[in-house]
Design a protein. Structure first.
Length: 398
């Protein structure tokens, strides 16, 4: 991955990060949590496309001392780049890679009782305890020992070569607003609370109660009273929610607050690219692959140095996608290519090679949000951002 400290550089396409926005989001999210609960930011998937190393370093500077990732490769990358604090691996790690857990002082999720026994066996052979958090399945039916299996959950706590540092679950419908989704979320919260209540009698819990965590981004915003010791904030940390609708509803709900400016999540990321060339397209001529676009009039085109290999969704071209140039919208025409995108600049004077095009962010009075681009691409913000390519340089805004 390409990394840079500031945006004084020349490159074909890049991601610009806003330190003030990140700090403001951290400040707001902390304000939502009860005393004693700390943020455990999710920096998986390259920090949702933002750049895990840059983001985690800045979070360390802001006093964040716990992180969670999806896999051991992500955790090792953070450690090798100087990230300090707790790092929890939320997903499965193959037994062949168990030595890395100890080498880099990582915490592994015990995804069920059988897996916990594998971890325990390895730790016994090494004569050194492995740190784990117990995953509890409260209804999502993904990873975790089922919440009704109290005996197995208790048995995990009895594995003598494991250091049980935490226990957690995941609310899979906390972003939903239907009555069914709300009731299901409440059922999950109740199931997790029941597990904790039952395990309180276990000697391990009496001697060294593990850290608990249940909430991710939407949980922090909607159910902060159920926070434990950690809150695994993900998409909200980066200043957006999963859909444009959710972001709009959130902004509307806080807009009347007396201190509304303290309760606004600000996008951290902007996506930008260069104009490579400007040329004429005459009436009747086609442009791009598959003759997908044919000019109905004489017009001017610009080729922008970004494509679907950089994470710009190919489908966006067919759903009104555009870029910003000189503070005005330039519609995408034809098919988005692997490395280039064609836009109509007929109504935008003065565009020339080397100019900056904005694909996510602001130019003048116009803006394109990640949520809006995700909506045009028939997906959610989380997927759009996490698919932004590794050849995009990540830089801090000056």
């Amino acid at each position: 991955m390409n990394l840079s400290k500031t945006s004084s550089f020349s490159t074909r396409a890049w991601i610009e990060l806003d330190r003030k926005a990140l700090a403001g989001n951290v400040r707001f999210l902390r304000s939502r949590l009860p005393q004693g609960c700390s943020l455990m930011p999710a920096v998986k998937a390259d920090a949702y496309g933002h750049g895990a190393i840059l983001i985690a370093r800045e979070l360390n500077r802001l006093g964040v001392e716990a992180f969670c990732v999806a896999c051991i490769q992500e955790a090792v990358l953070l450690r090798e780049n100087g990230i300090v604090g707790e790092i929890l691996i939320l997903g499965y790690t193959h037994p062949v890679q168990f030595p890395l857990i100890q080498k880099y002082n990582l915490i592994q999720t015990a995804v069920d009782y059988e897996y916990a026994k594998q971890l325990n066996l390895y730790a016994r052979r090494q004569n050194k305890k492995l740190r784990v958090h117990i995953g509890v399945d409260t209804g999502m039916h993904r990873l975790g020992e089922r919440s009704e299996n109290i005996e197995k959950l208790s048995a995990i706590c009895s594995l003598s070569n494991l250091s049980i540092d935490g226990i957690f679950s995941h609310l899979c419908a906390a972003d939903g607003s239907t009555e069914r989704e709300k009731q299901f979320t409440e059922k999950q919260i109740s199931a997790f609370s029941h597990v904790l209540q039952k395990l309180k009698t276990h000697p391990f819990f009496k001697n060294a109660p593990p850290k608990t965590h249940l909430l991710s981004s939407y949980g922090i915003l909607r159910y902060p009273e159920f926070a434990g010791d950690y809150a695994r904030v993900g998409i909200a940390l980066y200043g957006v929610l999963s859909t444009e609708k959710d972001t709009t509803l959130y902004q509307t709900s806080v807009s009347q607050h007396v201190n509304a400016h303290d309760f606004i999540l600000t996008p951290v990321l902007s996506l930008k690219a260069r104009v490579a060339i400007v040329k004429e397209l005459y009436k009747g001529e086609s442009a791009g692959y598959g003759l997908a676009f044919t000019a109905e009039r004489d017009m001017r085109l610009a080729a922008i140095t970004i494509g679907y290999a950089d994470g710009l969704p190919r489908i966006a071209a067919a759903h009104g996608g555009s870029v910003l140039l000189h503070g005005r919208r330039a519609p995408i025409i034809g098919r988005i290519c692997m490395d280039q995108t064609l836009v109509d600049i007929s109504g935008i004077p003065g565009v020339q090679a080397g100019d900056t095009a904005v694909l996510i962010g602001r130019s003048g009075s116009e803006s394109i949000s990640a949520g809006h681009l995700a909506e045009q691409s028939a997906t959610i913000t989380n997927e759009l951002l996490s698919r932004l390519g590794s050849r995009l340089e990540r830089v801090w805004k000056e």
